[in-house]
Write a protein that binds this ligand. Structure first.
Ligand code: HEC
Length: 167
């Protein structure tokens, strides 16, 4: 009984520490304007004045162009698809990548809800870290609704990388 109570407490405190499926979002490093957390997952960097990193800004635009029609404005969900602001509280970066790459079909509901596979869509896959970082910032409550007003400058090698990916 005591062991069970202790285990529950440990679980509860672990869950409370960060409502973020990838853990602590604090950036510990960056390369070419893309920030990483201690586990090496992509993360956001938002200054005290609200200036967002380049990837968060790109993620907002790409989310709005490719995901919003189903997942609603600012990641908040719709009658058709779930809120990704909520989903990222428990999904890890790899869960996220897996779902966007392979899609997902909920067969348990009366509605036929389908998350398409984006594996062959460069407009999504070339920007997948940016979309993730944007949604992570929204999910962690670090970023409000709408387009971020200011962002860090475009990283030096960003355009070359983008062109290489888009082919
Ligand atoms: C055509 C509509 C549609 C579009 C466009 C779409 N989704 Fe989805 N997505 C869904 C539906 C419906 C589900 C729920 C599927 C289920 O539960 O089986 C879903 C589920 C997800 C999930 C899993 C959520 C969870 O809690 O498990 C993620 C992550 C996701 N979508 C990300 C994205 C991203 C990122 C984009 C844009 C690149 C996107 N989706 C575009 C319809 C869509």
């Amino acid at each position: 009984m005591i062991t069970a109570t202790v285990a529950l407490l440990v679980l509860a405190s672990a869950a409370c520490a960060y409502a973020d499926g990838s853990g602590d979002p604090k950036p510990t490093g960056s390369s070419d304007g893309e920030y990483q957390d201690a586990s090496g997952n992509p993360t956001f960097n938002i200054g005290k004045d609200g200036t967002v990193d380049w990837y968060t800004q790109v993620g907002y635009l790409r989310y709005t162009a490719n995901c919003m029609q189903c997942h609603g404005p600012d990641g908040l969900g719709s009658t058709y698809a779930p809120s990704l602001v909520d989903s990222l509280k428990s999904l890890s970066y790899s869960d996220f990548l897996n779902t966007v790459t392979n899609g997902k079909k909920n067969v348990d509901t009366s509605q036929d809800l389908v998350m398409p596979s984006f594996a062959n869509d460069k407009n999504v896959m070339c920007y997948i870290d940016a979309i993730y970082v944007y949604l992570r910032a929204r999910s962690d409550g670090a970023l409000g609704r709408g387009r971020p007003a200011n962002s860090e400058p475009k990283p030096k090698d960003y355009a070359a990388q983008e062109n290489a990916c888009m082919g």
